[in-house]
Design a protein around this ligand. Sequence first.
Ligand SMILES: [Zn+2]
Length: 432
Amino acid sequence: MKVYSLGGYEEVGRNMTALEINGKVLILDLGIRLDRVMIGEDTNIQNIPTNELDRLGAIPNVSPLKNKKVVGIVISHGHLDHIGAISRFLKKFKCPVVGRPYPLNLLSSMLKEEDSQLKYPLFEIKDSSITLDVFDISMIPVTHSIPQSSFVIVKTPEGDVVFTGDYKLDNHQELQKPISFSKLKKLDTKLLIIDSTNVAKEGITPSEKVAKMMLVDYLKMIEDSKKGIVATTFSSHSERVLSLINEAEAIGRKPVLIGKSLCKYYGLALEMGIVKKKVQMIRKRASIDTFLKEANEKKKEYLVITTGSQGEKEAVLSRMVDNKTPYSFESKDSVLFSACIIPNPLNKAARYALETKLKMRGAIIARDIHVSGHASREEHRKIIRTLSPQAVLPCHGYPDMLISMADLCYEEGYSLNDQVIVQRNGQSFTLG
Ligand SMILES: [Zn+2]
């Protein structure tokens, strides 16, 4: 088996790994790197030409797969850094895409928006497996920060591969049960490809329930306020959006979701029965402005949930702050950031500018009502011990993160280079 490390091996973003047996290739995730193009949650990616994305280093370089027969693309979950480049390569690879229903539906709506002529099969995986040539593919659901994330299990004649995608080991999520360790224990893992983003963080990542409690406690502090309350989070984090909706109601305010991407992700989760809680959702700019005019007049009645947690220029929150909507922030209005800043200089600058403008208007800012969706060191150790793989390929990180994962494996008794393989984009190796 040959393994190609094509994206996400020098960065957080544009994730792509490929497995090759007898000239047949299976791709694991195919994402976009958002910070390279300053793509905000409400940006239309379809307006940016593929060669421009390639020039910017926003999509993986797939040239090592030239002249190979790609038999399928498997997606671990629906974040754009895992599925955002699929539409750019489907014409080239002409292959089916395999995934769980929620990420596949997200992909399907992206494909429709970007190129309605693209018609390749999307195979839904539920409980059983799907076979593409020599690869038998199944999923083990796991907790992360978007519905229906999974470990991807690929059984091959040369041994089994486990690809974690992004994950954390959370025992308290409402929308996703904890991962099944009994299923993991049954695997005979030849290669583990593992998310390295937060491996340098010691201990374990706090549960999503902790973020919910932080939100409950903060809103209790301001429940008697007659001023405006505006909250923002990652659009795709349906579990967090659900908490915001529930806790808004708990303090007697009406939650309203505004912004295209928030409505897209939560709306799909609602349509598919992943969440049950209905809420008013406003997508279009004109309707958003009409609503914000009313919300501005009756501030104490609403808790407005918007896009724009990273300070993206085109997102609703930035437009509100820049007085491009009828909502005006004033002294003692509260703005809750239920999201971290995705750590790159552009986001940091944009968020700093946004917060400064809010403070100039006298708004009270609550930052970091948030927990990460990525596992910390001890969670990774648990997965490595449970699977006891023959070899480990750290993925999804800058070099320091990949090396930190190699260090953890070393602690667990693995030898570097032959059992733990640290790669950079474009490299490949043969698994003995
Ligand atoms: Zn993710």
